[in-house]
Design a protein around this ligand. Structure first.
Ligand code: ZN
Ligand code: MN
Length: 496
């Protein structure tokens, strides 16, 4: 496999979470975007003559959707052209009542730009070809018992971003990393929830292989509708291996569309593209070209005001302001809510305020507790703000730790209780009479440990210094984790 390299380009569709559809006033989702518990989310209730393609209707473009698309372009350092154009992509399918999709791939609103990924410690810039805006189709279901299909047009006409990279990715892990970074930015911008499991973001991958050093691209295979980060990586790695093996066996790679079968862990041939599809693109006659520029209806300078601090900037700031390690800063800044929660805690901690003596130490403490003691215990929760621990209560816990009223070990135990019960650290300490042991009782425990382990004491005194950890462990055990580790070490050293 060393003689080959894999070349991947991605086409990613992401739903914009505007209130109304792309070309009509229908809602894009049930109230509160709540599909699961919404009893009213029956098929074909968010439809109108426009999104069902009735003759004689006219589309009206959704300004918010266009602005959101330009905002994403600004976040990715893309070029925003002076104008862009909607066009018709003609094809017939039962979930597309107009028999054409309105899209904007030929003269898109966003050109170039890109996003840096970090794979195993090395950075790579993934350049975009362009981003265009289009409408989604409806949904077909095929009941098992029956010789008919059902169509639901609730989704028809909802605004959809299509983000197209240049063919510059070279492995499954790079593609998955790109998708994760893109999801993070879409969420930061608050323009898409981009949840792959919910179908709000999906990916097609164009995959080919070539002999290392060759400039020519091999015949490409398109793997369609990949809907998780794991599958993106698995499908690309499987497909590149399959293609190399085929070439080595003297076979010719056919340009074709394949699907990913996650049960079998394989791509499966769907159709062979002998001829390119002829979509007979032409400019949408019912929508004028849209001008973009200073003083125009779409002004990038005004849209730019909506641009928040992005994950990468946040990561750099968290490192310098709060002294976080690269990996911790990365974990916290990758998720908008996690970053906000972290800074909410800091806001309630005068000890961590900018400029205070140990702001960086306290920042690190918060990050450590969040990452190592909390995230693993709330995996079923989508948003950290839905956990039982409020940022105020989290700050209260860190306060006790900073004031040395509890030990680090106790802080972990208390936080676990806070996650379960939602109580404040202060109340847990009070109710359970958890307190750091005073020096006198600590000395008593240490005396007990020393007199109870004469053999170990002798060995230690004869030079087996690594036994020190054993004594610390015994003291911790006797004190039920409430002894202060640094005081324990200090007293132990004196007495041994
Ligand atoms: Zn409609
Ligand atoms: Mn598309």
């Amino acid at each position: 496999m060393q003689n080959y390299e894999t070349v991947v380009g991605l086409e990613i569709h992401a739903h914009l979470k505007t209130e109304s559809k792309m070309f009509c006033r229908c809602a894009t989702a049930p109230k509160g975007r709540d599909y699961e518990s919404s009893k009213k989310d029956e098929p074909n209730i968010r439809i109108c003559p426009i999104c069902t393609g009735q003759p004689g209707t006219l589309p009206i473009a959704n300004r918010k959707a266009i602005e959101d698309t330009i905002l994403l372009g600004l976040a990715l350092g893309s070029r925003i052209p002076d104008s862009f154009n909607f066009e018709r992509k003609n094809y017939y399918y039962p979930d597309l009542p107009k028999a054409y999709q309105i899209t904007s791939a030929t003269r898109p609103p966003v050109i170039g730009g890109g996003l840096e990924i970090d794979v195993r410690g090395s950075q790579k810039f993934i350049e975009l070809d362009h981003i265009h805006l289009e409408e989604d189709a409806g949904k077909l279901t095929h009941p098992k018992a029956g010789d008919y299909s059902l169509v639901d047009l609730n989704r028809a006409g909802t605004p959809l971003l299509e983000i197209i990279t240049k063919p510059v990715l070279s492995s499954g892990i790079e593609a998955a990393s790109f998708m994760r970074n893109l999801q993070s930015i879409l969420r930061y911008l608050n323009i898409s929830d981009a949840d792959m499991e919910k179908g709000q973001m999906r990916c097609d991958a164009n995959i080919s292989v070539r002999k290392s050093g060759s400039k020519q691209l091999g015949a490409k295979v398109e793997v369609k509708n990949i809907n998780s980060f794991k599958m993106v990586a698995a499908a690309i790695d499987y497909e590149s291996k399959r293609q190399v093996e085929a070439i080595e066996n003297g076979e010719k790679i056919e340009q074709q569309t394949r699907g990913w079968d996650s049960n079998k862990g394989k791509t499966i041939a769907q159709r062979t593209k002998e001829y390119a599809n002829d979509y007979r693109y032409f400019p949408e006659p019912d929508l004028p070209p849209f001008e973009i520029g200073k003083g125009k209806a779409l002004d990038p300078e005004i849209i730019n005001d909506r641009l928040p601090e992005l994950p990468k900037e946040k990561r750099v700031r968290f490192k310098s302001e709060y002294g976080l390690a690269e990996s911790d800063a990365h974990i916290i800044s990758a998720n908008f809510d996690l970053a906000k929660y972290f800074e909410d805690i800091i806001l309630h901690l005068p000890e961590a305020a900018e400029g205070s003596a140990n702001a960086r130490q306290v920042g690190k403490m918060v990050a450590n507790l969040m990452i190592n003691e909390m995230l693993g215990k709330i995996t079923g929760i989508e948003n950290i703000y839905n956990s039982k621990v409020t940022p105020e209560n989290f700050a209260g816990l860190v306060s006790l730790l900073v004031q040395e009223k509890i030990t680090g070990k106790l802080a972990k135990i208390i936080l676990a209780k806070m996650i379960k019960t939602g109580k404040s650290a202060y109340n847990i300490v009070k109710e359970e009479e958890i307190e750091k042991i005073d020096v006198k009782s600590l000395e008593q425990i240490i005396n007990g440990v020393i007199s109870g382990n004469p053999h170990e004491v002798e060995r230690y005194r004869n030079g087996e210094t690594k036994l020190f950890g054993f004594f610390v462990g015994q003291v911790m055990k006797e004190s039920k984790g409430q002894a202060d580790p640094s005081a324990t070490s200090k007293i132990l050293r004196e007495k041994l």
